[in-house]
Design a protein around this ligand. Structure first.
Ligand SMILES: [Zn+2]
Length: 399
């Protein structure tokens, strides 16, 4: 059996007046996702358990079949796994965003999707200026960087992801609890240093958002996760993604990570390259997991046009070729679902259960309707404990 899982990150949404009362998925032309839904089944799965912040770390862990209540220790440690940063059990990892703050208000959690090279320069300069023993910066992709702490300081913190409070004052969301003062000192120092920094001067002149400071959040120790083979008996898996969080989950699961040239987390990504690679990897692996971040980023920018377009591109360039490839195998299954909704209206991740569509060998459909939040909700397939969906998808059992 060959399995393909395709994740249009943050694609689910609410009906929008700008789209004539349709959701972006409904407004998008998606013949391939619709085919999956019509030939197979749709339903809803709750991917963010109660008490958790809605984010791809929690939601993706759930849809991979791992209960976040058992395995989630924070977002940053997952990204550290992606970079294969060695961690001892007492080390701490923080997500270190480069953000744009104007007059004390969070304007952009991504500092205008700053380039890797610019981010590297800024953090290298910050590291030098801080000279704090035990703290090390690690560059990730674009604005998503990490701060590792190896030392005796203990943390018991409440922090807030910057994409969760757009257009709101920073002061409300500063870190609180044990160790908060150190984090605040690092953020303050970055604000002083980045003001008037050459990189920011150039960004402003070229009409890009400046990286006015770092924002620290998502902290935790290294998690202890059983491999996918151990948990589900599937021998080989491959992850294709433009973001470190998912690469990290793949590493922890014991999967290979396949890079694709030109793959980014934005709408400028190489959709067709990713689709081709996903199809090609099905020859080699039992399960291929292909994740596209673009719809999520478009939602955070409240850019509904780009969101619709990115969903259409995923349908055409990823789901289409993958379906075609799958049909060349005697037994196969496909699952399409966003990890979580990201709502254009609020620019934040939502908490509604995620609509999924699956098709293939021994997946029998009952209602033949196109893929959408509404049609998925109308189905009788509702999975409250979202991590049970993977078992159902792999085994085609009863729920
Ligand atoms: Zn997001």
């Amino acid at each position: 059996m060959k399995y393909a899982i395709i994740i249009p990150d943050g694609a689910a949404d609410e009906p929008l007046a700008e789209l004539g009362g349709k959701t972006p998925i409904e407004a998008a032309h998606t013949p391939n996702m619709d085919r999956v839904a019509r030939e197979g089944r749709q339903g809803l799965a709750r991917t963010v358990p109660e008490g958790f912040e809605s984010g791809s770390d929690v939601a993706t862990m759930t849809l991979l079949g791992y209960d976040p209540r058992v395995y989630h220790t924070g977002r940053a440690p997952l990204e550290a796994a992606a970079q294969r940063i060695p961690l001892s059990p007492t080390d701490w990892v923080f997500r270190c965003n480069l953000v744009t703050v104007v007059d004390g208000v969070m304007k952009d959690h991504s500092a205008g999707g700053i380039s890797d090279a610019e981010a590297q320069r800024l953090l290298a300069d910050l590291s030098r200026a801080l000279d704090l023993p035990g703290f090390e910066f690690h560059n990730g992709v674009s604005y998503r960087n990490l701060l590792v702490y190896r030392g005796a300081e203990e943390f018991e913190l409440k922090t807030k992801p910057p994409h969760e409070f757009p257009e709101e004052p920073l002061t409300r969301y500063l870190p609180r609890g044990k160790g908060a003062e150190v984090l605040k000192a690092i953020m303050d120092r970055s604000r002083e240093l980045f003001e008037g920094h050459e990189i920011n001067e150039v960004r402003k002149q070229t009409g890009h958002n400046a990286a006015t400071q770092v924002w620290l959040w998502g902290q935790g120790h290294a998690p202890n996760i059983p491999t996918f083979q151990k948990r589900f008996g599937i021998k080989s898996g491959c992850m294709i993604t433009g973001v470190d969080l998912l690469r990290g989950l793949a590493v922890l699961l014991g999967w290979d990570v396949r890079e694709v040239e030109g793959m980014t987390s934005f709408h400028d990504t190489n959709y067709s390259g990713q689709g081709e690679a996903t199809a090609e990897m099905l020859d080699k692996y039992d399960l291929v997991f292909s994740h596209v971040e673009a719809p999520d980023e478009a939602s955070h920018q409240a850019d509904f046009k780009t969101k619709v377009e990115s969903i259409e591109h995923i349908d055409r360039y990823v789901v289409g070729p993958v379906l075609e490839k799958l049909r060349t195998f005697p037994e196969w299954r496909i699952l399409v679902m966003p990890d979580h909704p990201t709502n254009i209206a609020t620019r934040k991740h939502g908490y509604a259960p995620s609509p999924f569509a699956m098709a293939g060998t021994r997946v029998r459909g009952v209602v033949k309707s196109p893929y959408s939040e509404r049609n998925a909700a109308a189905s009788d397939l509702k999975i409250e404990r979202g991590h049970e969906l993977m078992e159902y998808f792999l085994r085609g059992g009863n729920l």
